[in-house]
Design a protein around this ligand. Structure first.
Ligand code: FMN
Length: 177
């Protein structure tokens, strides 16, 4: 169905398997094995994204599944309190799997400087969640465009100020003290 709908990728979150609310709605939730995820990856010709990776161990297993990308994410803190922040775990995950799988990251990214920091810490690209709820509800298409333009402007400015002429130039030097 996703392929027919023309989406550019599909994926699954692997970090909310214990949410009782999903089970109450009769959803078949539960932890998945590498073999089960492999089966999902192989079931489609679309790029496959695994979301909710927070450890080096899981990132390496994600590579093993054949997925195209991981999202380093703690679900925006919505699943379990007291997990580490994404920025804390991202450098070690990037060290282990950068180049082997696309690394996306989310959680609390609000400005272009936040985008710069996540990339500096090892992400290939970042995702943004809640601000788009406000932008789209408040301003529809125009609101979303205004927010993206704001982020892009801030990122450009932050790149100039840190001497990065392209996204590829952004590395840990921009966040080292
Ligand atoms: C209302 C709401 C519903 C969400 N539902 C899901 C979900 O079903 N699956 C998922 O992987 N993440 C879900 N998320 C988490 C987001 O995908 C994202 O990881 C999180 O919002 C962190 O980014 P942010 O700080 O930019 O919002 C949800 C977030 C919100 C606010």
């Amino acid at each position: 169905m996703a392929e027919d709908a023309g989406v550019f990728a599909v994926g699954v979150d692997i970090d909310a398997a214990g949410l009782i609310t999903l089970a109450l709605y009769g959803k078949p939730v539960g932890p998945k094995t590498v073999e089960e995820i492999k089966e999902l990856v192989q079931s489609t010709k679309l790029p496959f994204i695994l979301k909710g990776v927070m450890t080096v161990e899981d990132a390496m297993l994600a590579v093993e599944t054949g997925a195209n990308a991981i999202v380093v994410s703690n679900h925006g803190g919505r699943v379990l309190d007291h997990t580490p922040g994404v920025a804390e775990v991202l450098p070690e995950i990037a060290k282990a799997v950068k180049g082997k799988i696309t690394i996306l990251a989310d959680g609390g990214v609000r400005t272009g400087v936040d985008v710069l920091k996540m990339i500096a810490l090892g992400a290939d690209a970042v995702l943004i969640g809640r601000p788009f709820v406000t932008a789209s509800f408040g301003g529809a298409e125009e609101g979303v465009k205004a927010y993206i333009d704001k982020i892009a402007g801030e990122l450009k400015s932050a790149m100039i100020l840190t001497g990065c002429s392209s996204i590829k130039d952004i590395d840990e030097r921009v966040v080292r003290y």
